[in-house]
Design a protein around this ligand. Structure first.
Ligand code: TYD
Length: 198
């Protein structure tokens, strides 16, 4: 199974990705638990540039995330899936579509097309979208902000809006979850969906 987690910054999606990977391992499954951007040497280098580097044009940003994703898919995700392992990935294509396509204004369709090209069409079995009001999510955020997080409230509102429209367009694959609940409650709902795939 290929399962991904999505959501605005501080939505709690990373906690959910970890909880699900742990539960799958308890079921005796072998799980590759990974994140984007990252998961390969080139991917981690790209992560450093996009999150902590200088300002860049929106298409440069989209292309860098796509480059990291291309590496990740070919070197880590496809090999793991081919070995029969499960993959749980914290962020994937919908992050680029929502952040670069939606919030940066590059266009949902164009960014989706770019990402389907660079991944050779590798689409998750299920994508869990942790929904949380961006203002509430912002209140959870603390400490030093990276380059994307510094974009502020209006940007995160646009990301949230794009995510919601993606979920509405693919209800059979994208599972929208109410992220305002306790983590364990959300995790149980995720497990229910995954049990149905086992
Ligand atoms: P994330 O790993 O969730 O951040 P953190 O480690 O701080 O919790 O994601 C990194 C940031 O990159 C996040 O602000 C979303 C952004 N991002 C995109 O804009 N497009 C993408 O394709 C991806 C994968 C992430």
């Amino acid at each position: 199974m290929f399962l991904t987690f999505e959501g605005v910054d501080w939505s709690g999606k990373s906690t959910q990705a970890e909880l699900l990977a742990g539960w799958l391992r308890e079921q005796g499954r072998t799980v590759l638990s990974t994140r984007e951007p990252g998961g390969t040497p080139v991917g981690e280098a790209v992560r450093d540039v996009v999150l902590h580097g200088d300002e860049m044009t929106p298409w440069a940003e989209a292309a860098l995330y796509a480059a990291a994703r291309a590496e990740h898919v070919e070197r880590a995700l496809r090999p793991a899936l081919d070995r029969g392992e499960d993959v749980v990935c914290d962020r994937y294509i919908e992050s680029s579509v929502a952040y670069q396509g939606g919030a940066r204004g590059l266009g949902i369709e164009r960014v989706l097309e770019l990402n389907l090209m660079v991944t050779r069409g590798l689409v998750p079995d299920r994508t869990f979208l942790v929904l949380l009001d961006p203002a509430e999510a912002r209140r959870r955020g603390a400490g030093r902000l990276d380059r994307i997080e510094r974009e502020g409230d209006e940007f995160m509102r646009l990301v949230d809006e794009a995510y919601r429209s993606l979920a509405a367009a693919s209800p059979e694959r994208i599972v929208a979850l109410d992220g305002a609940r306790a983590p364990e409650e959300i995790a149980e709902e995720v497990r229910e969906h995954v049990r149905a795939l086992l």
